[in-house]
Design a binder for this molecule. Structure first.
Ligand code: PLP
Ligand code: COI
Length: 355
């Protein structure tokens, strides 16, 4: 499919690369593409970053029929730009779409759209250590209609944002709060889809965690509130004795691409990595008997994020001595070295965009 390009007349000033934060500034261009039942997905176009004008009755605004993705473009040592496992994001986008009754898009078209947009915006890929260009493909339902049904029309768009660390803590250990008042998702629901409502549903628990001085919420399963699921914007790993454990994909957690990469990396190093149920009681027990060695989160925005403290009711689980554990460090280093093209890519995870 031919992607048309309409360049912006004036370009924005780029932000200070040493002070990027997360998701606050957006590049000069975006990609748009539309769907209607007659033409299917059509008219992919790169055009100036601009407001989306829509009627107040637009379906996504009322019923949340929308999905999104998050991946990054990295500047490698020779100045070229590369993506990390973008095919996985494209596949997950379609899986999320399927769950939300949104028509799937040809994976090659989405991948090509991402590559071409990032290539047009290559000057927006920052070069300072720890920074990258966050890529946000999104699909929204666009029928102006108030009845509850799947929309007939959709807009697909991609926007780009130069980013630094997601958490203000950077790579320092974060503190997470186990909520017992709320649940994020249940099996059969939409927890494993990357859909808008999952994030809206998490906000109140997030606010409560912040009030208590915690960065993120650790969600337990929605039925028994016993088994660990994931954190607001990342999957989670526990190093218990010689085993690295991450909750199995139960149908209610997001199948993270960083999670999958950590599992594959760990196994390639000969470590025992288990995807299984792990209860909060098992974590408490492991802390009590001294076998809880490390806890870390994994995500595109969060990369590898060490966890230093978990609050569960009146119990406080402190992990290690507050410094970054050796496995968290090893996963962080290995993953980012591949993502930034500083090390070999034995798994074939990296996809070049230019240079
Ligand atoms: N879980 C949730 C709820 C997320 O929003 C994310 C971020 O995308 C993740 C996990 C991690 O997924 P990934 O590693 O694909 O970024
Ligand atoms: C990501 O890691 O890409 C996320 O989507 C996390 C958050 C910004 C929603």
């Amino acid at each position: 499919m031919q992607i048309t390009v309409n360049k912006a007349q004036t370009l924005k000033e780029k932000p200070d690369e040493n002070n990027l934060g997360f998701g606050t500034t957006f590049s000069d261009h975006m990609l748009n593409m539309d769907y209607n039942p007659d033409e299917g997905w059509h008219n992919p176009r790169i055009e100036p970053y601009q407001p989306i004008v829509m009627e107040p009755s637009t379906m996504v605004l009322h019923y949340g029929q929308g999905v999104f993705e998050g991946l990054k473009g990295y500047r490698n040592p020779s100045g070229g730009i590369q993506l990390f496992r973008p095919q996985e994001n494209v596949r997950r986008l379609n899986r999320s779409s399927k769950r939300l009754c949104i028509p799937e898009i040809d994976e090659n078209v989405v991948l090509e759209a991402i590559k071409q947009l990032v290539n047009v915006e290559k000057d927006w890929v920052p070069g300072v250590e720890g920074t990258s260009l966050y890529i946000r493909p999104t699909i929204i339902a666009t029928d102006p209609f108030l009845g509850v049904r799947a929309s007939f029309t959709y807009r697909f768009f991609i926007i780009l944002s130069p980013v630094g660390a997601y958490y203000p803590e950077g790579f320092n250990p974060v503190k997470i709060f186990v909520t017992r008042d709320f649940v994020r998702a249940v099996r059969g629901g939409v927890g494993e889809a990357k859909t808008l409502g999952n994030y809206a549903a998490s906000l109140l628990a997030g606010d409560k965690a912040h009030e208590e001085g915690y960065t993120q919420v650790l969600w337990l399963d929605g039925v028994e509130q016993k088994y660990i699921e994931e954190v607001g914007a990342m999957n989670i790993f526990f190093v218990v004795g010689d085993e690295i454990v991450t909750p199995e994909l139960s149908g209610s957690i997001l199948p993270g691409i960083t999670r999958k990469s950590v599992v594959e990396l760990g196994k390639s190093w000969g470590l025992t990595v288990s995807e299984r149920k792990i209860s909060i009681d098992e974590v408490l027990q492991a802390q009590a008997d001294g076998s809880l060695r490390e806890v870390f989160g994994s995500g595109t925005a969060a990369v590898i994020s060490p966890v230093g403290e978990i609050k569960y009711g009146d119990k406080l689980i402190t992990i290690g001595d507050g410094s970054v554990g050796p496995l968290s460090q090893r996963f962080y280093d290995s993953l980012t070295d591949i993502q930034y093209g500083k090390a070999d890519d034995p798994f074939g995870w990296v996809v070049p965009v230019s240079g």
